[in-house]
Design a binder for this molecule. Structure first.
Ligand SMILES: [Ca+2]
Ligand SMILES: [Ca+2]
Length: 341
C-alpha cells in the first residue's frame, strides 16, 4: 500500500509540478490580486481628485459671479450648483440680464411725429416675463401713457388774458366786466396852463407815503360836470351841473385789447361793447387842456357834491369846421363807445 501510494503520489506530482506555480504559503496574496487592488485604488483616487478639482472650480466661478455685480446673495453659488445638478438650466426661461434683474429696462426710445420722445406701453397679449427683481418684490415704474397732443397742450397752457377800461361817470362796471376799483375823477385846475392834462380815476382808499408840508408846484383837483343844465338835460336827461364825476376801473377776463372809438355808438365787428356815451373834456376857452374821456350815456354824480368847487371841468365836444366835409353835421355832441376783444 505504501509503495502504491508512493508511486501514485509521485506520478501525480510529476504531471503537475512543471505547469503550475508552487502553492502560496498561507497568509499571502497572489500578484494578480495585488495588481487589481492597485488599479482600483488608482481609479478611485483619480475620481476623487477630479471631483475635488470640479468643486473647487465651481466655488471659484460662483465667487467671481457674486463679486461681478450679480445680486445672487449668499445662496447664489448653491442655487447655481443645484440647478446644474438637476438640469434646470436647460429647461428654464432665458436668464435675465444684469440690468433686467435690477428692475431696469433698456428700450430704444420711441419718437412721435414731432420728434419728441414719448413713453410707450408693451404690446402683445402675452404677459411679460417676470424678472428676478420683480419676483423678489422689487417694483418697477409703470410706463406713462401720454399723447403728443396732451403734452403740447400742457406746454402752451397759458393764463387767460385780461384787459381793463375806465367807465367814466359811473359808480359801477358794465355787466360783462368786473370791478377793479371805483372812485372819482380828478385833474388839474381848469384855469391854469400847467399841471397835467391827464384825467385820473382816483380810488376811494388812498395810500400815501412820505410827505412834505411845502407846495411842490402842482395841485390835483376833483372834477365837475360844468356844462349848462340845459345841455346836460338834452343829452343825459338830467341836470348834473356842478356835481362831481365818479368813475370805475373795470377788468375783462378773456380779452386782450380795449379801444375807445370816437363818433360811434356801436363797436365794429369782432369787438364787444362795454358802454357808449359822449366825449367830454375841458372848455376850449379855458387855459387848461385836458384829455377827452368817454362819459357814460347814463352818468351818475357823486353823492352830495353839488357845491361849485370847480377844479377839472367837463364840457361836451361838438363837431365843427372841416368835419362837415366828412359827413359830420355841425354842432352835434360827439359820441363814443368803449369796446374790448
Ligand atoms: Ca361840485
Ligand atoms: Ca363848477
Amino acid at each position: 500500500m505504501s509503495v502504491f501510494y508512493s508511486v501514485h503520489k509521485d506520478s501525480y506530482v510529476g504531471d503537475t509540478e512543471e505547469s503550475k506555480p508552487p502553492p502560496a504559503p498561507p497568509g499571502t496574496v497572489k500578484k494578480s490580486t495585488m495588481y487589481i487592488i492597485v488599479a482600483l485604488s488608482v481609479v478611485v483616487t483619480s475620481m476623487m481628485f477630479a471631483s475635488t478639482v470640479t468643486v473647487v472650480y465651481l466655488i471659484a466661478k460662483g465667487e467671481n459671479k457674486s463679486s461681478g455685480g450679480g445680486n445672487n446673495g449668499p445662496g447664489g453659488l448653491m442655487r447655481h450648483v443645484t440647478e446644474s445638478a438637476t438640469g434646470n438650466t436647460g429647461t428654464a426661461a432665458p436668464p435675465a440680464s444684469s440690468t433686467q434683474s435690477q428692475g431696469q429696462t433698456t428700450r430704444a426710445p420711441v419718437q412721435n411725429e414731432a420728434g419728441n420722445q414719448v413713453s410707450t406701453t408693451r404690446s402683445g397679449t402675452g404677459a411679460p416675463p417676470v424678472s428676478k427683481a420683480q419676483s423678489q418684490g422689487q417694483t418697477t415704474r409703470a410706463p406713462l401713457q401720454t399723447t403728443p397732443s396732451q403734452s403740447q397742450s400742457d406746454r402752451f397752457d397759458l393764463p387767460s388774458p385780461v384787459t381793463t377800461f375806465t367807465r367814466w361817470g359811473k359808480t359801477e362796471c358794465t355787466p360783462n366786466s368786473a370791478v377793479l376799483y371805483t372812485g372819482f375823477t380828478a385833474g388839474s385846475r381848469y384855469n391854469y396852463h400847467g399841471g397835467t392834462s391827464n384825467v385820473l380815476c382816483l380810488p376811494k382808499e388812498p395810500q400815501f407815503n412820505s410827505y412834505s408840508p411845502g407846495m411842490s408846484g402842482n395841485y390835483l383837483y376833483g372834477s365837475e360836470y360844468n356844462a349848462r343844465n340845459t345841455y346836460l338835460s338834452d343829452i343825459f336827461g338830467k341836470e348834473l351841473n356842478e356835481q362831481d364825476v365818479p368813475c370805475a376801473v373795470c377788468e375783462v377776463t378773456g380779452s386782450s385789447a380795449m379801444m375807445v372809438f370816437p363818433a360811434r355808438t356801436e363797436c365794429y365787428n369782432g369787438w364787444n361793447k362795454q358802454y357808449s356815451g359822449y366825449l367830454m373834456t375841458s372848455h376850449e376857452a379855458h387855459n387848461k387842456s385836458m384829455d377827452v374821456v368817454c362819459i357814460d350815456s347814463e352818468p351818475e354824480a357823486i353823492h352830495d357834491s353839488s357845491d361849485n368847487e370847480n377844479g377839472a371841468l367837463f364840457y361836451f365836444v361838438e363837431t365843427n369846421g372841416q368835419l362837415f366835409k366828412h359827413g359830420y353835421s355841425k354842432g352835434r355832441e360827439m359820441t363814443c363807445v368803449v369796446c374790448t376783444k
